[in-house]
Design a protein around this ligand. Structure first.
Ligand code: NAP
Length: 495
């Protein structure tokens, strides 16, 4: 193992944060048949750990323990739950460096970005620790004088949370924070590619006082774990972040038991640069929106739409900025671009680039695997991309920025909306009137105006069209874990 990675994993092991067993009913357990899966460092290919490879039986036990824990956890006062969550937040922040190191080890993103993810991920726990105390009901003016009408908000019950590898911590806390705050209990299934961060976060949750069974973590055989969660009548909600294809399968499988479903799926974000944009702001914003996590986020700019009058100037300035990005191991100082998650991801990017070039697009910089080898890919800018190329239609999920030319504002809106996805969009313009016209017309759940990094725990995150259902973060994110109960008190005029 490379020196940095080795010393980091040794330190993590001795601190008790490098866990390899699943968490069921408050106990750390191996898989029942002792099967394991290997977790790799994508920057080096080296094996970091063998973790338990769990399936149906372990998941059923996790569901049972979650179901049992629900009775007591949901009956605590909001203030009591809030205190536990606040302690968890404090512990996540106290271990920010180690958790960041774990993220870099198993996911590859640069350490600074990884520590940023810890702060972002922890912010959901802090936010929902506060929000727990604000789950208000309602009293409705009655329709008849002898009645009183009330609305209560109550926790849904056991939640199954399935999460991806690109944000190994934040995609979990965005679900578990509001779930626990509202009184639900949770079975989390992290990606088999990045289970270590989830397990470390769960260890800190136990230390914070999250009771046995309220938070379980099982990982391994995804279809088996998914089926167990989906078929169980005790699981009342499925919350999923991941690809649109898997999300659709889960949504269909949730139908027989009529579960509440939240889906955070793939995007195809346009970053629209108008002639009247500030060039520096547009370059900086698009760079941030495109290249964070080496292009592996659902809100990454997937298509850069640039108006005729600024196209050449933008292409030059943007390419110069991209040229300065530093590709390397996430533990190396100065690295801004880590590796892609695995070879399949690189092959996908290669296919998309070949397709674009074969149909007439031109590579300005990059366009191939990086000389570092492994799964490193050169930050790439491609011009003259058109709507018949795969990269205009599908998520690239890599460090490739396709530039698409447009003439009018109407063209930009039409091209931007010409996709089944509807997660994030970005616009760059100095006109207030134009920005209103365009953000109102965009069929997207999130819009950044002159800003490329817009996610925060205090604002609702989620997509429209085939990018998903429901919202995470903010006060709206809490509603996903609550049922509304209407109570009618009759015969109220009797003395
Ligand atoms: P993925 O392949 O859909 O996997 C996501 C999760 O689903 C993983 O835990 C995976 O397990 C699990 N899974 C796969 N097949 C399953 C099945 N049949 N039943 C139950 N679970 C199953 O997505 P990914 O490649 O990890 O993540 C990238 C995708 O996530 C992109 O499309 C990205 O846009 C999207 N994403 C969306 C958001 C958002 O907020 N909208 C945020 C981040 C990412 P294993 O990994 O263990 O196989």
């Amino acid at each position: 193992m490379s020196m940095d990675a080795q010393s980091v994993s040794e330190k993590l092991r001795s601190s008790g944060l490098l866990r390899t067993q699943g968490l069921i009913g408050g106990k750390w357990l191996d898989s029942y048949d002792n099967k394991t899966i290997k977790v790799n460092n994508p920057a080096t290919g080296e094996i970091i750990a063998d973790v338990a490879c769990m399936g149906t039986k372990e998941t059923n036990d996790a569901i049972a323990s979650s179901y049992e824990a629900f009775t007591s956890w949901s009956r605590l006062t909001a203030g009591e739950r809030s205190k536990v969550l606040r302690r968890w937040y404090d512990l996540l922040i106290a271990h920010k460096e180690e958790l960041g190191q774990l993220i870099t080890l198993e996911q590859g993103k640069p350490l600074k970005e990884a520590i940023g993810e810890v702060a972002y991920g922890a912010s959901f726990i802090e936010y929902y620790a506060e929000e727990a105390k604000r789950v208000y009901g309602d009293i409705i003016p009655p329709n008849l004088s002898d009645r009183r009408l009330l609305v209560l908000k109550q926790p849904v019950g056991v939640v199954g949370a399935i999460t991806p590898w690109n944000f190994p911590l934040a995609m979990i806390t965005r679900k578990v924070g509001p779930a626990l705050a509202s009184g639900c209990t949770v079975v989390v299934k992290p990606s088999e590619l990045t289970p270590l961060t989830a397990l470390a976060a769960a260890e800190l949750a136990l230390q914070a006082g999250v009771p046995p069974g309220a938070l379980n973590v099982v990982m391994g055989n995804a279809p088996e774990i998914g089926d167990a969660l989906l078929t169980s009548p005790q699981v009342r909600k499925i919350t999923f972040t991941g690809s649109t294809a898997v999300g659709k399968k889960l949504m269909a499988a949730a139908a027989p038991t009529v579960k509440k479903v939240s889906l955070e799926l793939g995007g195809n974000a346009p970053s629209i640069v108008f002639d009247d944009a500030d060039l520096d702001v547009a370059v900086k914003g698009t760079l941030a929106a495109k290249f964070r996590n080496s292009g592996q986020t659902c809100v990454c700019a997937n298509r850069v739409l640039v108006q005729d009058g600024i196209y050449d100037k933008f292409a030059e300035a943007f390419s110069e900025a991209v040229q300065k990005l530093e590709v390397g191991d996430g533990f190396r100082d100065g690295t801004t671009q880590g590796p892609l998650i695995n070879d399949a991801a690189v092959q996908k990017v290669e296919t998309f680039v070949q397709d674009a070039v074969s149909k007439g697009a031109k590579i300005i910089i990059g366009g191939k695997r990086h000389s570092l080898g492994m799964t490193f890919y050169e930050p790439t800018v491609i011009r003259d991309v058109s709507d018949n190329m795969i990269m205009s239609k599908e998520e690239i999920f890599g460090p490739v920025a396709p530039l698409i030319r447009f003439k009018t504002e109407e063209d930009a809106i039409r091209i931007a909306n010409d996709t089944i996805a509807g997660l994030a969009a970005y616009i760059f313009t100095n006109s207030v009137q134009r920005s209103w016209r365009v953000f109102e017309a965009l069929e997207y759940g999130l819009v950044g105006v002159n800003e490329g990094l817009i996610s925060t725990e205090v604002a609702p995150f989620g997509g429209v069209k085939q990018s998903g259902l429901g919202r995470e973060g903010s006060k709206y994110g809490m509603d996903e874990y609550l049922e509304i109960k209407y109570v009618c008190l009759g015969d109220m005029n009797r003395h």
